[in-house]
Design a protein around this ligand. Structure first.
Ligand SMILES: Nc1ncnc2c1ncn2[C@@H]1O[C@H](COP(=O)(O)OP(=O)(O)OP(=O)(O)O)[C@@H](O)[C@H]1O
Ligand SMILES: [Mg+2]
Length: 504
């Protein structure tokens, strides 16, 4: 390989057809006369653009087609000329330099064109040089060279991450790998699961329980996930009425009074609320508006008047504190309104608990969050909630469902394949990495491969083939043909650690 040109932070290299360097690979340009080397990443390969080569190829093609003859080539010139035609032009981005065994982001000098030696450098070595360390190892899979590739939970801790890519590219699979490693390292993770697939984290691939099965708590709205109004308290109830049920100002004021009066007489429960609204003395229109909303709430089927049967978010979290665990909130069979109510309650409770420092920081994994997250929570996720200690990972196959400003503030982005130009443009525009790299690498990514950007890889975009999982992978798209095969029977569903047990 040789350097051909440099413009800005682009370096052009020429490579022989036999040199095994491909898109995504990192190269180290070592200039012996300087102390240190330049690190570049190949983002596109092409042929050498040359008019004379093009003419040669056309001429050859015409001769081949029109004249049959014996080819004599005593000096084997043709093999050299074939090689020239197959020479590759590697477009590379400068990613930094290595000096005294440390990788730094800037390069203050130009490597020699004639004397530099160019060699491949492995992704894991680069991460070491860039100072990626930590104790919470997450094994993601392998690099193109077959090396195992790991990141550290510390780079997800305290940060916002996004996993995106087209349908069935392996996003949820990666997200499950992250969750299971975080849990193995003692973290508490809450997952908003839309496909009933995260329950599998507690099982081995044959359907038997694994070592974390008693730390995976499955919460199903209406089944084992019900709340008592007294647990929700005024703050969450008012926030529900205001944000999910869109109660106008006047109704909200009356609602606050009704809740207050029920609370003071110790009767704050779903059974009393309806009557209290009906018998409340106020404007009939306001009363009707409130009663209609009360019925909507009740029909969601997630409230109970039995205090003991109600789930208490803090108790569930505390029951997992000693070893870490996953709380899977299954939203698959809930209506869109129930989804929004459940998410609102859980998030508002978490924020209250974190504000009081009653629980340690937690990780939140949200699949297709635009389906249930209210408008104002988006900014909260990147600002307020992060400060309190909710570190979110958003997973979506619709990149435009997430605001540009959220991409710009994301600390880590895991990108799977996108072929749609609009999606590619959006990601390329919004993320911090250079758009050429994203456009050319992401378009050609095979299934299950992802390009990682951000803090987890020290801002050095890296390609990884996501590995197989040790746990049971559920959530396959149901198909008509072959629907009788592939049914793994689960040993028995992990149980909700009920509030009382948790405290005992
Ligand atoms: N690295 C991998 N190794 C083995 N199987 C994988 C891997 N990645 C994904 N799969 C499998 O491929 C299928 C699709 O993956 P997954 O459900 O993660 O995709 P997705 O991007 O979340 O899809 P959707 O857009 O439908 O949510 C699943 O059956 C999953 O188990
Ligand atoms: Mg998915």
């Amino acid at each position: 390989m040789r350097i051909l040109e440099k413009t800005g932070d682009d370096i052009l290299l020429v490579a022989l057809p036999t040199e095994s360097v491909y898109q995504g690979d990192y190269l180290e340009i070592v200039d012996e006369q300087k102390i240190g080397s330049v690190v570049v990443q190949v983002y596109e390969e092409s042929y050498i653009p040359s008019q004379s080569l093009t003419e040669d190829i056309i001429r050859e093609q015409i001769i081949e087609a029109s004249a049959n003859g014996v080819e004599l080539d005593p000096f084997e010139i043709s093999s050299v000329s074939q090689m020239i035609k197959d020479m590759r032009l590697l477009k590379c981005k400068v990613r930094g330099s290595i000096k005294n065994g440390i990788m730094v982001a800037n390069v203050a000098w130009l490597p020699s064109r004639s004397k530099s030696k160019i060699k491949k450098i492995s992704q894991s070595k680069l991460l070491d040089l860039a100072g990626q360390t930590g104790s919470a190892e997450i094994r993601l899979g392998t690099t193109k060279d077959g090396e195992s590739f790991k990141i550290f939970g510390e780079a997800i801790d305290g940060h916002l991450s996004i996993i995106t890519g087209k349908k069935e590219s392996g996003k949820s699979h990666l997200s499950k790998l992250l969750v299971s490693s975080l849990v193995a390292n003692g973290a508490i993770v809450i997952i908003f699961d839309l496909n009933d697939e995260y329950e599998g984290l507690g099982f081995s691939r044959d359907g038997t329980k694994n070592e974390v099965s008693n730390r995976v708590v499955l919460l199903e709205p209406g089944k084992n996930l019900r709340f008592s109004l007294s647990y929700l308290g005024e703050y969450s109830l008012i926030s529900l009425m205001q944000h999910v049920l869109d109660a106008p100002g006047a109704s909200l004021r009356e609602f606050i009074r009704i809740i207050g009066s029920l609370n003071s007489s110790d009767k704050l429960s779903i059974d009393y609320l309806g009557d209290a609204i009906q018998n409340w003395r106020c404007n009939e229109l306001v009363k009707d508006a409130l009663y209609a909303r009360f019925q909507t709430l009740k029909s969601a089927g997630i409230f109970t008047s039995d205090e003991d049967r109600g789930v208490k978010v803090d108790w569930v979290v505390r029951s997992l504190l000693s070893e870490g665990g996953a709380i899977v909130v299954s939203l698959k069979s809930s209506s869109s309104l129930t989804k929004r109510i459940v998410v609102e309650i859980i998030l508002s409770k978490l924020v209250q608990l974190l504000e009081r420092e009653a629980i340690p920081p937690i990780f939140l994994f949200a699949e297709e969050a635009h389906l249930y997250l209210r408008e104002t929570y988006w900014d909260d996720i990147v600002t307020r909630m992060r400060h309190f200690g909710i570190f979110t990972t958003l997973i979506t196959n619709q990149p435009d469902a997430i605001n540009d400003s959220i991409y710009r503030q994301a600390d880590n982005i895991f990108l799977f394949n996108f072929t749609n130009q609009t999606d590619l443009d959006l990601i390329a525009r919004a993320s911090t990495a250079d758009s050429e790299t994203i456009r050319s690498i992401v378009r050609t990514l095979p299934k299950r491969h992802c390009l990682i950007l951000g803090k987890v890889v020290s801002d050095l975009p890296m390609l990884v083939k996501v590995g197989e999982a040790q746990f049971l992978t559920l959530g396959q798209t149901k198909k008509f043909f072959g629907r009788k095969s592939n049914n793994v029977k689960l040993e028995s569903s992990p149980k909700l650690v009920l509030a009382q047990e948790a405290v005992a």
